[in-house]
Design a protein around this ligand. Structure first.
Ligand code: BGO
Length: 267
């Protein structure tokens, strides 16, 4: 049985470098259906039955760019067996924004923290154990350019993919946000696969105008959203964005050790 692994990450995170290193010359290039966004897939070197699907470089799974819509439609409808989320280790905060969203899809994720050669050169350190705990996924440090950590990341991704296990996100938002998301999830019931319920609930709460296309029935959640917006005095999309950044700030505080800070704490 063949295994499908999606490669997802921000533009400039080193995704192309990693994809080339993982697949070598075993690549097929085309377009995603109906759009002129390039679609690349390739066979993982050393594995007969493992396909790596290179998703477009994106910052978010929102509905605002073709690339984002292509990537999320693929993730929701095709459901790869695992996701390799490549992130730029020198730019953790911005990159983890997408990661929090990938974790909500219920698909097993392995996080490949790239540019580790630069992180080390800067004298910074990442506590991968803590990052892994906070994000709820395995974390491997890599340098796509130098080729370090890549084999380990690929092996872990294949192992994870073979489990085909649903993996719920571990990060949570403020209690009042969780409460409204819970209510939306209850309304969704079995209309969407259980592993994707949180993802759909968040998208509905954000008034994502494209998510309905992936659903048979769209529940009326507008009164719940309006109540929450009144109570929190913000629009629902900003509420979720802020919650993500609040969580990310906590993750970074616990897992990223900047050289300058280390020096300060020693003095
Ligand atoms: C240029 N370490 C370092 N140091 N650089 C890396 C690593 C790594 O682990 N991985 C990737 N890069 P893409 P997307 C470049 O092209 O794979 C570099 O958008 C340059 N080009 O080499 O393209 C990689 O697919 C001139 O850098 O990313 C590339 O995700 C001067 O990160 C860039 C300096 O990688 C983006 C860099 C003409």
């Amino acid at each position: 049985m063949s295994v499908k692994i999606a490669l997802a990450g921000n533009p400039n995170s080193g995704k192309t470098t990693l994809f080339n290193a993982l697949t070598g010359s075993n690549q097929f290039v085309g377009n995603w259906p109906g759009v002129t966004v390039e679609k690349k897939e390739g066979r993982l070197k050393g594995y007969k039955d493992v396909i790596i699907m290179d998703l477009p470089g994106i910052y978010s799974l929102s509905p605002y760019t073709l690339e984002e819509v292509v990537a999320r439609t693929y993730l929701i409808t095709e459901r790869p067996d695992a996701i390799i989320n490549i992130i730029d280790g020198t730019n953790l905060e911005r990159n983890l924004y997408l990661s929090t969203q990938l974790m909500e899809l219920g698909i097993p994720v392995i996080m490949a923290v790239n540019m580790m050669d630069l992180v080390r050169k800067n004298g910074d350190k990442i506590d991968t154990k803590e990052l892994s705990k906070q994000m709820g996924c395995e974390v491997v440090e890599i340098s796509a350019l130098k080729g370090t950590g890549i084999k380990e990341a690929a092996e872990k991704a294949v192992q994870l993919a073979e489990t085909r296990r649903e993996t719920p996100a571990v990060h949570t938002f403020a209690p009042e946000v969780e409460s409204v998301l819970d209510s939306i999830e209850n309304l969704l019931g079995n209309d969407v696969p259980s592993g994707q319920r949180r993802f759909y609930a968040i998208k509905l709460f954000e008034r994502d105008n494209k998510i309905g296309e992936q659903m048979n029935r769209v529940p009326d959640v507008e009164p719940m959203i309006a109540d929450a917006e009144r109570a929190m005095d913000d629009d629902s999309e900003s509420i979720i964005t802020n919650e993500r950044y609040t969580y990310i700030a906590k993750v970074i505080k616990r897992s990223y050790v900047k050289r300058s800070k280390e020096k300060l704490s020693r003095s």
